[in-house]
Design a protein around this ligand. Structure first.
Ligand SMILES: [Zn+2]
Length: 123
């Protein structure tokens, strides 16, 4: 099959690491399987491989955006590390601990989450 975008070359089935750049930051999308054009570099993948590579690209985009956001927020700041535990982290850890204990207790009892809601008279 000829390359649809350029029409210049036959496509070659292969698995390659593909470079990917977003906002000037680069990464490698590993093991991309598809039909590669040796003339223009186009790659045509099936739907599943397309979903996999898109998910990796979007994840990389998120990392780049988070990094840029932090860079902007801290541009004219001095970061002081006090060594104290964050109260936000402590609070969320305690809340998670209570949720996990409740879930494990429910698992051990063999009841469904709906059963426990009835028992607690929430419905
Ligand atoms: Zn091509």
């Amino acid at each position: 099959m000829k390359c649809l975008p350029c029409g210049a070359a036959e496509l070659v089935r292969d698995t390659r690491d593909m470079p990917y750049t977003y906002k000037g930051e680069s990464t490698i999308i590993p093991d991309v399987t598809g039909d590669f054009c040796l003339a223009c570099g186009e790659v045509i993948t099936d739907a599943e491989e397309s979903r996999r590579t898109m998910a990796l690209m979007l994840e990389f985009n998120k990392q780049v955006n988070a990094s840029m956001l932090l860079d902007r927020l801290t541009h004219h700041c001095y970061i002081l590390e006090t060594g104290n535990e964050s109260y936000r982290f402590r609070q969320s850890s305690e809340e998670a601990k209570v949720r996990i204990q409740a879930r494990e207790k429910l698992k051990r009892s063999g009841k469904t989450p709906e059963d426990s809601l009835y028992e607690e008279n929430l419905f």
